[in-house]
Structure formats: C-alpha cells, structure tokens
Design a binder for this molecule. Sequence first.
Ligand code: B12
Ligand code: SF4
Length: 534
Amino acid sequence: MSTKEVKRYGRGKNYKKICLIAPRHPESLWSMQTMVEILGAKTLMPNSALATLMALTPDDVNIEYVLYDENVSKIDFDLECDLVAITGATLHSERIHELCKMFREKGRPVALGGTYASIEADECKGLIDYHFIGEAEHIWPIFLRQWVNKKAEKVYEQVEHIDIKNSPAPDWSLINSNDYVNISVQTSRGCPNRCDFCDVIRHAGRVYRTKTVDQILVEVQSAHKIGARTIFFSDDNFLGNKQFTTELLSRLIQWNVAQTRPLSFSTQISVHVADDESLLKMFSDCRFSMLFLGVETVREASLKEVNKTQNLKHDIYERIKRISHFGVVPFLGLIVGFDNDDNSVFDDLYSFIKSTNSPIAGISLLNAPKYTPLYERLKKEGRIAGDSFSGEWQLHTNIIPKQMSIDELTRLYWDFFRRIYEPESFETRLEQWLKNIEYSNIAYNNKKGDIRQLWFGYRIFKHFIFKEKPEIRSLFFRTMKKTLTINPKLMRRFFTLITQYSHFYNFVNRQGSRSIDKSLPKGTTGCTPPVTRE
Ligand code: B12
Ligand code: SF4
C-alpha cells in the first residue's frame, strides 16, 4: 500500500484491525529492478497471498485491513492494530525474522504464513504468535472467527492441498496498480513433473489444480479494471494440462481482441509448449509477450542427473526457435553447476543462446533447497555446503560442485553472464530474433492509442538518454533504428526487450563484481535460496 487506506469487511461498530505485510525482496536478478524503475513503478508485482487473505474474510466477522508492501512503501511500525499478518518465501527469511521481532517488541501479536512458514516451519518456532502452514483458503476464515472470539489456536495447518476452485479472486482494493509493472493472476497450483532440485512439489504438490476458466476471466477483467497493462500468470507451470490451457487461451483471445485497450501476458511454462504450433499461435494471438522457460541446460547428462527428462523429448534448439517464430520472447531459464558441468559448459550455453538468437536469458547457480531429492542425495554424498539462506540466491550455491571449486564456478558464472549481455552480443541476437519472426496477429493493429503507453515510451527515452552510459545509449538508438527497419509493428516488443536488457546489463555488471569480491572462502558454509522456477 502506498497510502493509509483501510478496507473493511463485515458491518457493525467494532472492527479488529489487521496489518498485512509483504516483506521487501532482497536485491535479485528476478526483481527486474532497473526495468521497474524505467517504467516508473516500484516493484514487479503485488503480493497475491495477502490480497487473497482479504478476499477470504467471512461475512460474520468485522475486520479492517491495512496493507504494507515494503517494496512500495515504508511500514509504519507505530500503527495501532490488533494483529500483524506477514507473508513471504524463503528468500525473505532474514527480513521476516526482523519484522516479527520488531512488531512483537512493539507489543503486536504476529501471524505468519506463506512458503517460508510452510516449508521451513521449524525455523519459525518461538518467532510468532500464530503459525500458518500451507494454503490459507480453509484455515484463514476458521482462524478469523476463532480469533475475534479470543479462541484462536497457535498453529493452523492445511495438510491436504485444496481445490483451488475454492480460492476467491484476490481483493486488490488496497493496492495502487501504478506501483507495479504487472498484476498477477494465478490459474493453477502444482506441477506434474518432478525435477530433483525443485521444491514446488513440496509446497504445491504434483497434482495440477486449476481454477475454472470463468474464474480466471473474472480475475483478468478485474486486473484490467484497476489499470493493469500486463498480467503475469503466477503459476509454477502454465502448461500442466494442455486441454485446460487451450480452453483458457481461446477464451482469453476472444476477450482480449474485443478490448479497446488489450492486455499483454507472460508466464512460466515447460519447454514442451513448443511442440504444438497451434498452441504457440494461440499464445501469440492472446498477446503473450514472453514465456519464462525452464530450459536449465543443453547437456543431456545434466538433465538426466536431475530428473528433468521431459526436456529431452525434442531438440531444444528447434523448440526455442519455434517459440520465437510466433513473436513470443523465449526467456531462457538456465542453470549451471550440475555434476556433469565442467568449465566447457559455459561455451555450450553461450553457443545455444547465440544460435537460437535468444535475446534474454536468466542464469542461476544450481542450488539444493532443503527437502528436495537433490538435497537428500548431496547430503548423503557430503556435498551440501550449508543450510542457512541469505536471500542472495544467485550469488552463491549451497552445493559443493563436482568438477570445479565454488570459487571457480562463481567466477565463470559471472564472466558468462557478462558475456551474454555485452552490447554487441545482445544487438546481434535481438536483430536476428526480430528478423526471424514469422507470425503476428493483426487483430491488435488498429487499437486506440493508450496514453499510459506513451508515458512509458517517454520514460524509456529519458532513461536511455540521461541515465545510461554512452555505449548503452548508442545501443538503444541503433537497435531502435533496426527494429523500425525490420518491422515497425515490433516496437512494443523492442521496448520491452531493451528495458529488460538494461536491467540485466546493470545487474550483472554491478552485482557480478560484488559477488566475486565476496566469494566464499574455501570450506565456509555460505548458501543460497533455492533456484527453482519453471
Ligand atoms: C509469481 C512468482 C514469482 C514472480 C514474482 C515474485 C515477486 N517477487 O513478486 C517471479 C517470476 C519474478 C519470481 C521470482 C522468484 N521466485 Co518466485 N514464485 C512465484 C510463484 C510462481 C507464485 C507466487 C504467487 O503469487 N502465489 C500465489 C499465492 C496466493 O500463493 P502463496 O504465496 O503460496 O500464498 C498462499 C499460502 O502460502 C498462504 N499464505 C501466504 N502468505 C500467508 C500469510 C498468512 C498470514 C497466512 C495465514 C497464509 C499465507 O495463503 C495463500 C493462499 O493459499 C511461486 C510459486 C507458488 N506456487 O506460489 C514462486 C516462488 C514463491 N518463487 C520462488 C523463488 C525461489 C523465486 C526466485 C528466487 C527465483 C528462483 N530462483 O527460483 C525469484 C525471487 C524474486 C524476488 N526477488 O522476489 C519459490 C520460493 C521457494 C521458497 N522455498 O520459499 C517459489 C515458491 C517457487 C519455487 N518453489 O520455486 N517468482
Ligand atoms: S522445475 Fe518446473 S517443471 Fe520441474 S518440478 Fe519444478 S515447476 Fe515443475
């Protein structure tokens, strides 16, 4: 929340006040902070867990909510309230501990839920007054009724995964959509695959659970209504059930094409999306600008090593090029540090990125989150370097690599990252990527101009002219000219890519040198958060 607005549920005179808190993200590659700032927002997307808690409030309790997203505004620790409810993932753990202590010192009872409280439940003992483990849809209303009647328990646990058709649309009334680049809509939870390094299965399960298409359309429409320009479908894997995805896309296309101000979409998805051209055409028709893909590596042995064999079914080079043909940016999620990775893996990955003309890739060091099969295996092998977690997940790994020292791996990782984002390298890939687009839907061509898009355009120019160094400024103008020559209709895609480039370039050059400076002395127990995303 950027204001002191309050949302009331129930009716009557006496309201219990709950202060909802989303902790600040540690600086991370995935926060896309430079891009966020260029676009005049404060952070990437609002917290949907807290907005869901609000929507779960039953009619028979009188509750007044205030919301602080620390990524948007400072918390008022002196605000009078009856309860503080905090969310967060493992990467927020340090901040969660600080916040719980600070609020309890002020005499405020604290409730904690979310992935950290659920996965690392033991770490939260003694820290809080009310502990929520698992999904909130059933237990939050039970808690509220008991709490207002002073009968609340200390721990609420949702053991079975719920049917997410019972999850209400998040209540966004306490957010200002201009503070965010995307508004998120979750269509599913869980993932049918079982990659050894991923803790999604522990958190969300292997059964792929979806909302109904009608529910999702309502959420999309309400995001549109509060001013969203782009929606991020915050699923672990958007393609867990092809029939469902196809139906959803076809309804979304009908809706989006009818809008005077259509939306753009992006999501996380398995690479097998590329195996069906008719599905790819639908993503393009729907106006997906980007798909985050869990490619992980091009080494067959490494994929086998971590049980990500679903990526082996078809040629990954062809898969990525096919996605690009439809004008959708393949955002490559890559990982280094597998047992089968020697120091030549960086050249293999570089040539993959280059030959597929992929403009954008996010690289992670392999980590073994607790409770994953990878963690169990490496623990037995005595190769876990530490369990604590700093939040700077891309700066270190908790795995003792097989073919390199941690220091060598970290150094080569940042060298590789810098190499990918050298201006000339990016320029060639971007140009080739644009030239190879074979399909784009003309239904959106004659839509009305959107003042806010013009304002974004102004901010992008201002950034590249005044804030970037000459080398990047000149890259901006050169690549813009090339886009105009290749296809002026691709300007929007160009602006998205160049702002993302600016984020990666700045992050890698700033953070990379920092991380090498403080790279782990041999034998220390430095560690990272999990590196597990589709
Ligand atoms: C969207 C998303 C992102 C987005 C944006 C995140 C953001 N910062 O805004 C992007 C793609 C950028 C991203 C990035 C990363 N993410 Co992410 N992300 C997600 C994802 C897919 C959805 C989150 C979401 O909106 N969920 C919907 C809400 C409703 O679910 P929920 O938060 O779990 O809340 C429910 C319950 O937990 C509970 N609850 C939650 N809070 C509270 C509080 C109280 C008081 C109560 C009662 C209940 C409660 O109630 C809710 C309803 O049931 C989750 C996976 C997932 N399925 O949740 C991963 C996930 C949160 N990300 C994860 C990670 C690791 C990352 C990264 C570090 C990338 C990486 N290397 O994998 C980066 C970090 C970026 C950053 N600085 O924040 C992990 C965290 C793992 C962990 N152990 O904590 C998750 C769980 C996925 C995973 N296992 O890999 N992520
Ligand atoms: S890495 Fe992706 S595909 Fe693999 S289990 Fe996790 S969410 Fe599913």
